[in-house]
Design a protein around this ligand. Structure first.
Ligand code: G1P
Length: 287
């Protein structure tokens, strides 16, 4: 069955990015010239998603407004004759169909996905985390989808990280199947480096089957007292095989301050309009 819906959990409190996220959603922090969540929505669209379900929470209204029509702004730009900006503004609200559901309490990523259950129904779906920007030739979600269609089972995106970094991520125990594909033998959420089953970390893109919902319902709160998607996937392993795909591309964990800075600098350098001047500016800095 074709995957056409994507869930973007965006209800997190953004504690890694305080105080910037005290009153503003972290997903709306601009990376160069657009909010980080727009990179992720554009990736989903490029990968063929038709409907995006954003799981929001209190204080996240700006996300809905960003992807909505802005009559006042469009009117002003039209009167000013700024056709280019007008088209860009219109393009944002016409990207895909958006639906919103609110997660009333921050009970974890697994719980956030459960909130989208009714909107997904009985079909496979993608999950994209809004603070992970992936710069790649082929959209990262398309890479995961290809693996899903080939192996006909849930697939998670992974990347190799330094041993000291595993503690920030879900980590898999892999069995290599070749061409960047792994069979997942086990998963651990944010292990200590000594307990990590490998250095392959889960990187914010998943293609899941609807049986994950029943599994999530039965998953006990895990790390930080939250219902973890990683734990639910581990429970799912008892019923069906699970796969991982080593993403080809540059990944930025833009929900952390350092990751955000790296994304900003590297994407600014690649920006058609700003890249040249920005490169000259950086070269001239007395570091
Ligand atoms: C979540 C997942 C974790 C994954 C990470 C990055 O953690 O629980 O397994 O590795 O995203 O995609 P979070 O960063 O929300 O704490």
């Amino acid at each position: 069955m074709r995957v056409r819906k994507a869930v973007l959990p965006a209800a997190g409190l953004g504690t890694r990015f305080l105080p910037a996220t005290k009153a503003s959603p972290k997903e709306m922090l601009p990376v160069v010239d657009k909010p980080m969540i727009q990179y992720v929505v554009e990736e989903a669209k490029q990968a063929g998603m038709e409907q995006i379900i954003i799981v929001t929470g209190r204080g996240k209204r700006a996300i809905e407004d960003h992807f909505d029509t802005s009559y006042e702004l469009e009117d002003i730009l039209e009167k000013k004759g700024d056709e280019e900006l007008l088209q860009e503004i219109k393009r944002i609200s016409n990207l895909v169909t958006f639906c919103y559901v609110r997660q009333k309490e921050a009970l974890g990523l697994g719980h956030a996905i459960l909130c989208a259950r009714d909107m997904i129904g009985d079909e496979p779906f993608a999950v994209l985390l809004g603070d992970m920007i992936i710069d790649s030739h082929k959209p990262a979600l398309s890479q995961v989808l290809e693996t899903y269609y080939r192996y006909k089972g849930p697939v998670i995106a992974v990347e190799e990280v330094e041993a000291s970094e595993v503690t920030h991520y879900g980590v898999i125990r892999p069995e290599g199947l070749g061409n960047g594909v792994y069979k997942v033998l086990d998963l651990v959420e944010k292990p200590s480096p000594e307990d990590a089953p490998s250095n392959l970390a889960i990187m914010g893109r998943y293609v899941l089957t609807p049986d994950i919902f029943d599994t999530l319902e039965d998953t006990e709160p895990g790390r930080s007292g939250e219902i973890q998607l990683t734990d639910a996937l581990k429970n799912l392993l008892a019923h069906r095989p699970l796969y991982a795909y080593l993403i080809e591309g540059k990944l930025y964990d833009a929900g952390s301050k350092l990751g955000f800075l790296k994304a900003t600098v590297e994407l600014a350098l690649k920006n058609r309009e700003l890249g040249g001047d920005f490169r000259d500016y950086l070269k001239g800095l007395q570091l």
